[in-house]
Design a protein around this ligand. Structure first.
Ligand code: ADP
Ligand code: ASP
Ligand code: MG
Length: 600
């Protein structure tokens, strides 16, 4: 007999018929002899509708009242599902998050789970009941110890389910939704998206944080950290869906289920070189030509960063192994000969990375890394950020000092340090999936001083307000006064708060000013085999060039490559990149089976 946690999303319980169908499914699972804890979302679009009601009253609803409002959605569906189960003769009891004892931080609207009391649930299971728990909500002890309702953030029922599975030490956590599992991309935007049998938690974390809304990134983080067996499958069929794979999990964190440092490793790659091309024309196809020529010459490029200046020309900076420095310089020069622009190349670099899960979701972590390096007087040549890794390229001379400082800052012992890892050991696909995020905005800070600590100060100021940034790009190009520009992207929701957060810094930096970017979309490719496969970036840029799409910004990390494009090009860019990597297949519509909401 197994203990299963099964989560049903909004569409899966979107109507009375659907609730009855879910009850029937749970009943069969009970008949097979399993203990079942069910987590449900609010019915259909309830959460959106409730948000709309609030917006019709005020632009600035108190977060406490928003939580009070939104938590009501899940309370409806748990009661109805428990009724449907009892009606079928399956003993069931519904419980809100506070009734279970899902204890969270007090941050309304995006609370993290600290602890889940399991005694009441276990009692009901022992008495033979199915326990139906409201997803997305918990309780915190507010001011004066009065219990407050909190919510975990949009899409947070996935996180409730996996956290319950971890706390109960369940045999599996099954996420039932309106697609057959995790697909190579969003089937609503690309009709021939393909189902995956399995995906690693690291890849899924990247995809989820880059816009693949099928899973809440924090749910994947918990599954990875605690080794929860997690499956995503359709609530319309019996097909097995997609299994998430992870290494062995750790024991439950006493400091708080979702707390603790997300950093569990430090990596250092020595003998790196940086090639910087500047003042190259801002036209589609140039990045494609450059990186195709490099891979044609057998050169494996690691990090790539591109930013646009004054809307007319681009800087592209990338890193290669030092042994490839001369060849990369020669090849880049031949490309530049036809275009114009300047080239600088420099060896003697080291890449230092922190790795883990949920790094970008906690903005203080990247800021902490940059701060730690700036305290040592170390200048950052290149920065690459992602949900599972943040890397900095620095002078090799500073490598040893930097490693020691970072290990201390993040409490990482020697056994968790990887030096000069071998890239050739992977059998993973270069690209497993692609994702689109249209909720991002681009910002540039012009004329920031060129000295250690600038990126750290910027990140810290934003982190203090809970703002994460992605794709932080420092220009190679310097202004006449020696200052540089830093561009980054952030969630559009955080855009106005960023003004407030950055104002004190801008006042300290003479001549510095914020510049608004255009409306953007970010398209990203993710694959564990990417670092070991030469030419991945070139193929992605070629796919975009082939669709006539200009790339405004490029940022890579170890297992992902992201391109920022104009917002109106977003879906076309996603389709082009999906096709460019050969991820499409026969249309999924027929394979998905009848009755699926995507068919209608
Ligand atoms: P639920 O209400 O069940 O939680 P969501 O709407 O949150 O469902 O997530 C399922 C949706 O995620 C799908 O309908 C699909 O449009 C979208 N999606 C985005 N990227 C992917 C992907 N890579 N694989 C599967 N679905 C995806
Ligand atoms: N009902 C919440 C939402 O729509 C939580 C969830 O469905 O996961 O965001
Ligand atoms: Mg969801």
């Amino acid at each position: 007999m197994a203990l299963l946690v099964q989560k049903f999303g909004g569409t899966s319980v979107g109507s009375v018929e659907r609730i009855k169908a879910v009850a029937e499914r749970i009943s069969r699972c009970r008949d097979e002899g399993n203990d079942v804890v069910v987590v449900v979302s609010a019915m259909g679009h309830t959460t959106d509708e409730l948000t709309g009601l609030a917006a019709a009253i005020t632009d600035t609803p108190p977060q406490r009242e928003m939580d009070m409002l939104l938590a009501s959605g899940e309370q409806v569906s748990i009661a109805l599902l428990a009724m449907a189960l009892n009606q079928r003769g399956v003993a069931a009891v519904s419980m809100t998050g506070p009734q279970v004892g899902i204890v969270t931080e007090s941050t309304h609207g995006r609370a993290r789970i600290l602890d889940i009391r399991t005694d009441r649930i276990r009692g009901h299971l022992a008495d033979g009941r199915v326990v139906v728990v409201a997803g997305f909500q918990g309780t915190s002890s507010g001011a004066g110890g009065v219990a407050e309702i909190t919510t975990l953030g949009r899409g947070g029922s996935d996180t409730s389910a996996v956290a319950l599975a971890a706390a109960l030490n369940a045999d599996a956590c099954e996420i039932y939704t309106d697609v057959p599992g995790v697909l190579s991309t969003d089937p609503r935007k690309v009709v021939d998206a393909q189902l995956m049998d399995e995906i690693s938690c690291d890849e899924m974390l990247e995809l989820a944080s880059l816009g693949a809304s099928v899973l809440h990134p924090r749910a994947v983080e918990i599954a990875r950290n605690y080794g929860v067996l997690m499956v995503v499958r359709s609530s319309w069929s019996e097909a097995p869906g997609t299994r998430l794979t992870s290494r062995r999990g750790r024991v439950l964190n006493q400091a708080g289920l979702e707390l603790g440092s997300p950093v569990d490793g430090v990596e250092q790659m020595e003998h790196q070189a940086v090639i910087a091309l500047s003042h190259i024309p801002d036209q589609p196809g140039i990045a494609a030509r450059l990186f195709e020529t490099l891979s044609g010459a057998g050169i494996n490029v690691d990090l790539i960063i591109q930013s646009t200046h004054d809307g007319t020309s681009n800087d592209i900076t990338f890193t290669v192994a030092e042994t490839d420095l001369d060849a990369a310089r020669r090849v880049s020069q031949t490309v530049l000969d036809n275009l114009g622009g300047e080239l600088a190349a420099e060896g003697g670099m080291t890449k230092l990375s922190i790795s883990g899960a949920g790094i970008m979701g906690r903005p203080g972590i990247a800021a902490g890394l940059f701060h730690c390096l700036s305290q040592q007087g170390i200048n950052l040549r290149l920065i690459a950020t992602s949900e599972v890794k943040v890397s900095c390229v620095i002078d090799a001379d500073a490598g040893r000092k930097a490693l020691q400082a970072v290990q201390e800052a993040f409490d990482v012992d020697d056994a968790q340090v990887v030096l000069n890892s071998d890239l050739n050991s992977s059998n993973e696909p270069e690209v497993r999936g692609v994702a689109l995020d249209r909720d991002q905005a681009q910002l540039s800070v012009r004329h920031v001083p060129d000295r250690p600590g600038t990126a750290a100060a910027l990140c810290s100021a934003l982190a203090e307000r809970g703002i994460s940034l992605d794709a932080i790009v420092q220009s190679e190009r310097q202004h006449g006064d020696g200052s540089r520009d830093i561009s980054f992207i952030l969630r559009r929701d955080d855009r106005s708060l960023a003004d407030v957060a950055l104002a004190p810094l801008l006042a300290q930096w003479p001549g510095a000013a914020l510049e608004e970017g255009e409306a953007i979309a970010r398209v990203s490719a993710v694959g564990a085999g990417m670092p070991a496969t030469p030419g991945t970036a070139g193929r992605m840029f070629r796919a975009l060039a082939g669709a006539g799409i200009n790339i405004a910004l490029i940022a890579t990390s170890e297992i992902r490559t992201s391109c920022v494009v104009a917002e109106q090009d977003g879906v076309a860019a996603l389709q082009a990149v999906h096709a460019g990597f050969g991820l499409g297949g026969q249309e999924q519509r027929t394979a998905r089976g009848s009755g699926s909401p995507l068919d209608s």
